[in-house]
Write a protein that binds this ligand. Sequence first.
Ligand SMILES: [Zn+2]
Length: 482
Amino acid sequence: MKNELNISTRKIEVRFYNKENNDIEFKRLKELSTLVDSAYNIIINNQFFNVLLKERISHLSDIDINKKKIDEEFKLKELLLKKKECKDDKEIEKINKDISKINKNINSYNNDLVKIIEKNIFGESIQNTTYGILADDEKYNKIPSGIRAALNSQLYKNFNNEINDILKGKKTIRNYRKGQPILFNNMINKFEIDINNNYFFNWNNFKFILHFGKDESGNKIVIDKIMKGEYTYGDSSIQIKKNKIFLNLVVKMPKEKKELNENKILGIDMGMVNPLSYAIKNTKIYGHIGNGEKLRNDRIIIQKRREILQKSLTDNSLGGHGRKRKNKAFYRLSNYERNFVHTKNHEYSKKIIDIALNNQCGIIHLEFLEGFGKDTKNNWVLRNWSYFELQTMIEQKAKKYNIIVKYIDPYHTSQKCHICGKLGNRETQSDFICINSKCENYNEKINADTNAAFNIANTDIFPKNKYDTLFYKNKKEKSIAI
Ligand SMILES: [Zn+2]
C-alpha cells in the first residue's frame, strides 16, 4: 500500500553563504532570473505556435489521411440524412451501426493525423519542442538543464489547462513578468549544518544559508526532518523578491495516522474575551484560539462604518449618484464582513481539528446555542459571529477524520466550577473564582473561558432541541411559579 503524503510549500529566506561576495553573487543570480523570465515567455509563445500550426496542418486537404477523413465525413452526413427520413426500426438500427463505425474511423484518422504531425513537425513530442528550443539557443542553454526541464514541464501543464479557453477567446496567453520563480528539478542534493550551526545547501554553483527568522511556521523542524530522512522534498524554486531571495521548498511529509480515543474529549467554548477556548477532559491541556481584542476591534470598525453608511442611506436628502455610490459601498462592506467571518471560521475550525488530532481526541463537544437570546454571552456570540457556519465547518472537517461532534447543554457552563460543579464568582468577564471551600480550586482565580471549556468537555447532557435544554426548562418553571 502506498503511504499517503501531505505536500506543502515552505517559503524560507536564503542568503549567500559568503557575505564578501554578496554583490557579485546577487548580480549573477539576477542575471539567471532575468534569463528564466524570458524563457517563461518563449516556452508559452512557442507552445501556442505549435497548437496553431497543428490546427492548420490538420486541415490541409492534400494529406492522404485527410482525404480519407473527408470521405468518411461525407458518408456520415449522408447516413444522418437517411436516418432522419427512415421509418423502419430495423433499418434505423442498421444505420446506427454504420454511423458508429464511421465515427470510429474518423477518430482513428484524427489520432493518426496528430501522430504524423507530431512526428514529422515536432519530433518526438510536442512538449519537448520548447525544451529543444531553449537547449539549441546559445543564450538559453546557459540555463541549467534542471531548470529548463522544470520550467518546460510546469509551463506545458499550465498551458494545456488554459489552451481551450485561449482558443475560445475566454483567456489570453499569459505574459510572465519579471521576477518569476526559478523552478528546478533535483538541484539540491542535501541540506547541511556548519560548525556555527548554520543550515546551508548548494544549488547551481551558489552556496546559500537558510535564514529562518522568527520561524513562526516551524521551517527549521521541517529541514531537520528532511536531514533525518523523515521528510523528502520535490521540485522547488528560488525567487528574488524585493532584493530578498527565497527558497520555495516543496516538502513531502507522510501523513501521520494517530489512533483516536473516544475517552479523550475536546471542549470548545466561544467567548467575548477569547474567540475560542479549548480544554481536554481529565487533562491539564487547554488554550485559546484567535486574538479576541483584535477581532473585536476589526469587527467594530466594520460595523461602525456600516452603521454610518446605513444612516446616510436612509437620509432622504441624498439623491441620484451619491445614493448609488453609497449603496455600492454598503454592499461591498457587507460582502467584506461576510468574507472576514468566513475566512476566520475556516482558520479556527482547522485549528480545532488540528488540536483534536494532535491529542487523539475522538470527540468534540460544542455548545448547543440556539435560541438563548437573553444570556449576555450567547447574545454577543450569536450577534457577532456566524456560529452556525463555524459549527458546520468543524463538523465537515471532523467527519474526514472520523471525529464525532456532539452538542452539549450550555446551561451554566460559564458559571459553575469545572472541578466541583458548584456555582462560583465571576468578578470580571475574564476571571472565574470557585467559592466552594471544599474544592481543590477554592478561591483560585482561573480564566473564565478555560473553566467553561473544561465544563463543556466534561458534560454529558446532549439536548435534542432547545426545549430540551435546562436553560429553557428553568425559564419555563420560573414563569409558571410567578
Ligand atoms: Zn470548585
